[in-house]
Design a protein around this ligand. Structure first.
Ligand SMILES: NC(=O)c1ccc[n+]([C@@H]2O[C@H](COP(=O)([O-])OP(=O)(O)OC[C@H]3O[C@@H](n4cnc5c(N)ncnc54)[C@H](O)[C@@H]3O)[C@@H](O)[C@H]2O)c1
Length: 355
């Protein structure tokens, strides 16, 4: 491992200067914890354009040249998912800490190789599940952990818009990593997905599902439903977390009120509370309390994510979205793909899903 001096910024290289890479470049350059040394892309002109004419950051199309630099202690990979395994493995084998864009790899088995390699070498492996670092999702996680919503009964997540039809992946692999990583991140440790089913359609003949519905069974009996869609003329980004005490509505497209917590719901009296007469009918009552909209500070998620990468590297402790969380998301994606291929069968997850 090429370790950096504790009081000096961590030398970092970004690999991939396409659509997403420039966002990483900007945030590493803005972070005092890092010193951006290289931007590497097979297309060097593209990388040069991202940095601008006056930059002193190195540009290269040659990953080996970048990894040979002893001043590089960490890399961040924003290349297409199919190249995550070879690029990340090369970086880990060169002793560098690794941040990989979602999804961690193209398959669960490839992701497992990365997690094992990082473990063997004692290096940080982190997956950029960007949404987990938004103020809204961090707050949802805190609220669930503090029991503010009670026990989770259902999640209903919608992520639809006119999306770029991808050439190599379907809508599940393109969009659902966001919802699945959020679910993985906010669920209390005792509640885990145990089975997944997926239904999809390719109405435009793109050769892959462009609309899909995922249903997840959770270990506490709750249900999660995720709708991802590239064909919707309207953009919707909402998630409803229904709890036994309160229900939270997250509308990511409403910056003045992203979160709303409703003290409204349905209560069913437990059998012990009922007399013999009542026991024959279920006693349902409706709560109609206040709605509260928690104030959230606006902060770019990638800034928090980059800080978390630095924290994980300097402390040697797992990142909030470490390689294992990337692996759990891959297991869910792979099970969803299997279910799609089998016409929607419910696929049970391995016992090791909590790994
Ligand atoms: N976190 C998020 O919200 C978010 C959003 C968009 C994309 N992404 C992820 O970012 C990654 C990149 O997506 P994109 O949309 O920027 O792709 P893109 O196709 O726009 O850019 C990829 C770049 O990587 C370069 N590249 C490919 N293989 C390379 C290699 N072996 N070495 C060096 N450079 C290489 C290409 O030349 C290209 O410039 C994907 O994993 C994607 O899922 C994440």
């Amino acid at each position: 491992m090429t370790s950096h001096a504790p009081d000096e910024p961590i030398g970092v290289a970004v690999i991939g200067a396409g659509y997403w890479g420039p966002n990483l470049v900007r945030n590493f350059q803005g972070s005092p914890a890092f010193h951006l040394r290289w931007l590497c892309d097979l297309d060097v002109d593209r990388a040069r354009k991202v940095l601008g004419g006056y930059s002193t950051v190195g540009v290269s199309a040659d990953l080996d040249e970048v990894l040979a630099d002893p001043g590089v202690h960490a890399v961040a990979i924003a290349t297409p998912a199919g190249s995550h395994l070879p690029v990340a493995l090369a970086a880990l084998r060169a002793g560098k800490h690794v941040l990989v864009e979602k999804p961690l790899a193209a398959t669960f088995e490839e992701g497992r190789q990365l997690v094992d390699e990082a473990d063997r070498r004692g290096l940080t492996l982190m997956c950029d599940h960007t949404y987990c670092y938004t103020p809204a999702v961090l707050r949802i996680r805190d609220l669930l952990a503090a029991g503010e919503l009670g026990e989770l009964h259902f999640l209903d997540s919608v992520r639809i818009n006119l999306g770029l039809v991808q050439r190599d992946i379907d809508v599940v692999w393109d969009l659902a990593p966001h919802d699945l990583s959020i679910l993985d991140f906010v669920l209390p440790p005792a509640v885990r997905p145990i089975a997944v089913a997926a239904h999809g359609a390719d109405g435009i003949g793109a050769g892959r599902a462009c609309v899909a519905y995922l249903t997840l069974q959770l270990s506490n009996g709750a249900i999660a439903h995720i709708h991802v869609n590239w064909l919707s003329p309207v953009k919707v980004r909402t998630a409803i977390f229904g709890g036994s005490k309160r229900t939270l509505v997250w509308d990511d497209l409403n910056p003045s009120q992203r979160l709303s917590i409703y003290d409204r719901g349905v209560d069913v009296a437990s059998p012990e509370e009922l007399g013999d007469e009542q026991r024959r009918d279920i006693l349902v009552s409706y709560r109609s309390g206040d709605m509260v909209a928690p104030a959230l500070t606006e902060r770019e998620a990638l800034r928090t994510m980059v800080e978390e990468y630095a924290r994980a590297i300097t402390t040697g402790t797992p990142a909030l979205t470490d390689g294992r969380s990337g692996l759990r998301v891959l297991e869910l994606l792979q099970a969803a793909s299997r279910s799609l291929a089998e016409g929607g069968t419910m696929i049970k997850l391995s016992e090791g899903h909590t790994a």
